[in-house]
Design a protein around this ligand. Structure first.
Ligand SMILES: [Zn+2]
Length: 295
């Protein structure tokens, strides 16, 4: 398995389409085979060396079937390279950068980026625990009246991050919300925060009050972010990154950027495996539904 963040090593490991297919083959079937059709665990070589055919029902599955790589219109070598840059580069890659660097048209680059963001979505398996700080931020507009409803290009985002110790953050998540009411905040809390094992800290906003039935929440005045310095820095970084990327973006796509940001953030201590993890997600996720993401 390829490990590391060196582009030289990466290029050495993947020179041909078959190198990529072999990598995916090992990832998909090294732990064992199971037929999607009948559940049999016995297989033999299928149509190509990168297919397996079920011994029982004859179902022939390619290495990319039932993954995001299925029917990808660009070579795997380019897809691997793009995923590598997106995962490993601190700021990821914009569609324009992908298009330029990999000589593909912008539409293909945009679509690939969307697929990658889909793969970078939180699995929802690891809830935030311990000390968890939560705040909202407004993107695409001035800070004033941040608790008001989102208007025009302005969007309200809720962000939560574990505070391990002073200056040391754990994992985090963020999501677009309609407004800062308890009704809008609750689904985010339910999805990402462990109600049994998290001590939530927020500022004194009343939207958090109704959530106290389920979550342990302590509030203290934000003092312009000074009460939550690490969270404040994270928010500044997130805003800076988003500002550099796009100006107009629908909520649907904006959440993709938030997923992307936190996929990297949550693996910042595991750079050696971050690309491998992303490819794993490509393999686990269902083929991408193009129509669902039409603009
Ligand atoms: Zn079968």
């Amino acid at each position: 398995m390829f490990k590391g963040i060196s582009i030289e090593q990466f290029n050495k490991s993947f020179r041909t389409e078959d190198d990529c297919r072999q990598y995916l083959f090992d990832m998909k079937w090294q732990q064992g085979y199971k037929c999607r059709d009948c559940g049999s665990v016995k297989s033999y070589k299928g149509k190509t060396q990168f297919h397996l055919r079920c011994q029982y029902c004859g179902y022939d599955e390619s290495v990319t079937a039932n993954t995001i790589f299925h029917k990808l219109k660009i070579p795997l070598l380019k897809a691997f390279g793009m995923a590598f840059r997106i995962a490993v580069r601190k700021k990821g890659m914009s569609t324009v950068e992908l298009s330029r660097e990999f000589s593909i048209n912008q539409k293909s680059a945009w679509l690939f980026k969307r697929k990658a963001q889909e793969a970078m979505k939180s699995s929802g398996q690891y809830l935030l625990e311990g000390n968890v700080e939560v705040d909202e931020l407004m993107i695409g507009g001035p800070e004033e009246d941040k608790r008001g409803r989102t208007k025009g290009d302005k969007k309200l985002v809720v962000v939560a991050v574990e505070k391990i110790s002073k200056e040391h953050m754990g994992r985090g998540y963020a999501q677009i919300i309609e407004d800062a009411s308890a009704a809008s905040l609750k689904p985010f809390f339910d999805k990402h925060i462990d109600s049994d094992n998290a001590k939530v800290r927020t500022d004194v906003w009343r939207g958090y009050w109704p959530l106290e039935n389920e979550f342990e929440i302590k509030q203290k005045p934000s003092k312009g972010g000074k009460s939550f310095p690490e969270l404040h820095i994270l928010i500044m970084n997130l805003k800076g990154w988003l500002r550099g990327i796009h100006h107009h973006c629908s909520d649907k796509f904006m959440n993709g950027y938030l997923d992307e940001f936190f996929f990297r953030f949550n693996r910042r201590g595991f750079l050696n495996s971050i690309w491998h993890k992303l490819i794993e997600r490509f393999m686990i996720n269902k083929p991408y539904n193009h129509k669902a993401f039409a603009t």
